[in-house]
Design a protein around this ligand. Structure first.
Ligand SMILES: Nc1nc2c(ncn2[C@@H]2O[C@H](COP(=O)(O)OP(=O)(O)OP(=O)(O)O)[C@@H](O)[C@H]2O)c(=O)[nH]1
Ligand SMILES: [Mg+2]
Length: 177
């Protein structure tokens, strides 16, 4: 693996309901540390809770590598957690909801936000919920994903499906040098 001694710290970032907590639950064997609280405006399509501090779990890859994976809260209200959680991260997975009409600006916002707090971290973008829209073209995100002036891979995934989330994590790790 490309990174040095010890477990690598990765962070899942992105807006509310993109699937950060779902993705972490899918890829860890144990029960993650979670800080879920009921959504104050009531359930959103089956989602009843929101992360108010962080998610955390160890994730073991098949090659024996151990990752420490943290999830951020999506709400701007909890933006103060970003520098705390992103400190020392070597990789960031940004999850976005493909149904969001502001997808491009969300992508730029989260890339810039994460780069501000983890400037050396590798990044990938994952777009969820594309099963719920007719067609989705990754091309529309190409310009937004290059807003940091470097190549950032963009994938679609269903955060409920562990193999799809793990594929994103592997792509991220491979890009760490
Ligand atoms: N249909 C569909 N549902 C998805 C997909 N990915 C995630 N979900 C669902 O979307 C919801 C995501 O909720 P969370 O995982 O709590 O979202 P989050 O990003 O942690 O949100 P906050 O903690 O509130 O910032 C869950 O109900 C998932 O089951 C997808 O690709 N397709
Ligand atoms: Mg969450």
């Amino acid at each position: 693996m490309a990174f040095a001694e010890g477990a690598a710290k990765l962070v899942l970032a992105g807006p509310v309901a993109a699937g950060k907590t779902t993705a972490l639950r899918a890829i860890t064997d144990g029960e993650p540390v979670s800080t879920e609280m009921p959504l104050s405006d009531g359930p959103m399509e089956g989602k009843t809770t929101t992360t108010v501090a962080l998610d955390y779990a160890k994730v073991n890859l098949e090659d024996g590598a151990e990752l420490l994976v943290y999830g951020l809260p999506g709400q701007e209200h909890f933006a103060f957690m970003r520098p705390i959680v992103l400190n020392g991260a070597i990789g960031v997975v940004i999850l976005l909801d493909g149904r969001d009409p502001m997808l491009e600006s969300q992508c730029e916002h989260w890339l810039q936000e994460c780069a501000a707090h983890a400037p050396n971290a590798a990044m990938v973008v994952g777009v969820t919920h594309t099963d719920l829209i007719g067609t989705f073209s990754i091309n529309r995100l190409r310009r937004a994903a290059s807003c940091l002036g470097r190549l950032i891979p963009v994938f679609t995934l269903d955060a409920r499906e562990a193999p799809q989330t793990l594929q994103l994590v592997r792509a991220l790790i491979l890009s760490i040098d």
